[in-house]
Design a protein around this ligand. Structure first.
Ligand code: NAD
Ligand code: LMR
Length: 345
């Protein structure tokens, strides 16, 4: 049994339990940006997972130490810590990115700068766009078949950037590229559970759209048994949309969500691996290429399978309240997507 159970879908949970004895694959996960605020705890959760056989930690600084440190934890996964240049732990190749990525089944990317108070995620674009571009070029070269899970902000634009890079390299497969929006689902679940007096593990809110401000839309109308006034619904919706800002403010210049994101990123990754290894009812929200709306990328529930996203599922009916947010969100989301596409082309 694994360290952290997925709680995104209870159906998935069941599948995983019945499956856990039959996994045969030698699963390799690469974390790019592994020495950072998200990267370190995310790598630690991966090191604790029974689903992962090999874990490579890549960053421009610090990963030899992170990997040496994690390697003393008595779990099965083999550790590699690599840098762009020689100096990896254990010392091996001259090309640390190649070493980190070769053979990877899933590449999780939290590399890039985080927000400070007063910034939007889009303010990170200038720095993070080229970081994501460079790293995804490496993925195209060294692990073109891996599922890429993009955490680096602004996710609404970095996922289209990744797609354009992969297209240029001739290896784009929409079922293998996801923006990670799991933290929005975690927040929505937590806030609803608190408001209703429920155990958060029993809640699974569908959150659609993108991952920035009003492009985040939690569908509380679809939560069975939830009872709220209009004011409470508004407050829960806005808190989910701006949950990231709450953490940025509280950290007061020291960055944004790292621990909750590490948990969310780990949950997402482990579900992807479980589906890859044969669990057949893994459904979780992800920001993917999509024809559900006018926006070419959109977060919605997705069914995962052996090759990543097997099916982009619909998101059901919206209430009038949700429809208003939806209409407001789409122009913003489309603009942020186009900005990513234009960056590469
Ligand atoms: P951080 O600054 O603590 O860590 C980022 C790491 O990336 C650093 O260790 C840095 O050395 C590394 N890095 C920078 N350039 C690199 C490159 N070219 N190759 C490899 N590594 C590189 O930041 P953090 O708090 O971990 O946040 C990372 C990113 O994740 C930010 O962009 C943040 O906005 C985003 N984020 C996304 C979500 C989400 O829900 N998707 C949630 C929280 C944070
Ligand atoms: C979050 O939602 O916490 C992240 O996207 C980080 C941020 O900038 O808010």
């Amino acid at each position: 049994s694994s360290f952290v159970r997925p709680s995104i879908k209870s159906a998935a949970k069941k599948a995983v339990r019945s499956f856990s004895n039959t996994a045969v694959a030698n699963t390799k996960v690469a974390v790019l940006g592994a020495a950072g605020g998200i990267g370190q705890p995310l790598s630690m959760l991966c090191k604790l997972s029974n689903e992962i056989d090999e874990l490579s930690c890549y960053d421009i600084v610090g990963t030899p130490g992170v990997a040496a440190d994690l390697s003393h934890i008595p779990t099965k996964s083999k550790m590699i810590g690599s840098l762009p240049h020689p100096g990896s732990w254990p010392p091996r190749s001259d090309d640390g990115l190649a070493e980190a990525l070769t053979g990877a089944d899933v590449v999780v990317i939290p590399a890039g700068v985080p927000r400070k108070p007063g910034m939007t995620r889009d303010d990170l674009f200038n720095t993070n766009a080229s970081i994501v571009q460079t790293l995804v070029e490496g993925c195209a070269e060294h692990c073109p078949e891996a599922v890429l899970a993009i955490i680096s902000n602004p996710v609404n634009s970095t996922v289209p950037i990744a797609a354009e890079v992969l297209k240029k390299k001739g290896v784009y497969d929409p079922s293998k590229l996801c923006g990670v929006t799991t933290l929005d689902v975690c927040r929505a679940n937590t806030f609803v559970a608190n408001s209703q007096g429920w155990d958060p593990k029993d809640v699974d809110v569908t959150v659609i759209g993108g991952h920035a401000g009003i492009t985040i839309l939690p569908l509380f109308s679809q939560v069975p048994g939830m009872k709220v006034s209009d004011e409470e619904r508004e407050a829960l919706t806005v808190r989910t949309q701006f949950g990231g800002d709450e953490v940025v403010k509280a950290k007061a210049g020291a960055g944004s969500a790292t621990l909750s994101m590490a948990y969310a990123g780990y949950l997402f990754t482990e579900n992807v691996i479980k589906a890859m290894n044969g669990a057949d009812d893994i459904v979780q929200c992800a920001y993917v290429e999509s024809t559900l709306t006018d926006a070419p990328y959109f977060a919605s529930p997705c069914k995962f399978g052996k090759n990543g996203v097997e099916e982009v599922l619909g998101f059901g009916e919206l209430s009038d309240y949700e429809q208003q947010w939806f209409d407001k969100m789409l122009p913003d989301l489309k603009k942020q997507i186009q900005k990513g596409i234009d960056f590469v082309n």
